[in-house]
Design a protein around this ligand. Structure first.
Ligand code: DHB
Ligand code: MG
Length: 222
């Protein structure tokens, strides 16, 4: 078993989830309600939800900005990492998604720490100066806007803040020269910005989990 195949990667992911992440009623219910409401099944995988949680804890984050709430699954992981007086400001363009997220976040017992702003990032982000500076920013929305979101993260994050971008590998499509889709182009532009813009120092890691082959970019605000 030394070859990486989708089957072995999924088996390893199941093993890691069973061994290190476990199950929890509030998170399971958040996923079940999101599925029942017909939201897309694109929330972060459990291992990555826990990674976000641990990164928030390890960096001592108190104020978190999330761009792309969906059904609130990653939001719950992040909110649980914060002290009582911590805050997640999370932006969701779809009111229907935000309603599912609100219920799941409240049921998980972290409602007081989570402020859902309904609207498009392009409209909401410029209004958040009073909530800044953020210690951690998680970008997980429309990939076409990644450079805009990164610019806003640099504006709203404190020096030393951690910026995380989801879906930077997309099943390897970022290296497919024939793929000039808006999403892949947006991901590539975001990575080029992380390389070229002196406000960031960045790397990226590939992941293989229940959702398949993808990755996170990780940057510190210089
Ligand atoms: C898509 C978006 C995501 O944020 C993700 O994690 C997976 C897929 C998508 O739009 O296809
Ligand atoms: Mg994502």
């Amino acid at each position: 078993m030394s070859e990486l195949t989708p089957e072995t990667a999924r088996a390893v992911d199941r093993y890691l989830v069973d061994t290190l992440v476990g199950r929890d009623a509030a998170l399971d219910r958040a996923i079940a309600d999101q599925r029942a409401a017909g939201l897309p099944a694109i929330e972060v995988a459990p291992t990555n939800g826990k990674l976000l949680h641990l990164l928030a804890r390890a960096t001592g984050a108190r104020r978190v900005l999330e761009i792309g709430t969906l059904g609130g699954y990653s939001t719950i992981w992040l909110a649980r990492a914060l002290p009582e007086d911590g805050r997640v400001v999370t932006i969701e363009a779809e009111p229907r998604h935000a309603a599912v997220a609100r219920a799941s976040i409240d049921r998980a017992g972290v409602g007081e720490r989570v402020d859902i702003r309904i609207g498009r990032g392009v409209d909401v982000l410029p209004t958040l100066a009073d909530e800044a500076p953020f210690d951690l920013v998680f970008i997980d929305a429309d990939k076409e806007s990644n450079t805009f979101y990164l610019d806003q993260a640099a504006r709203l994050g404190r020096r030393g803040a951690l910026v995380i971008v989801d879906n930077v590998v997309r099943g390897g499509r970022i290296v497919d020269a024939e793929d000039d889709s808006a999403q892949v182009t947006g991901v590539r532009a975001g990575l080029a910005m992380l390389r070229d813009d002196p406000r960031f120092d960045a790397t990226a890691v590939q992941t293989w989990d229940a959702k398949g082959w993808d990755g996170f970019a990780l940057a510190v605000l210089v």
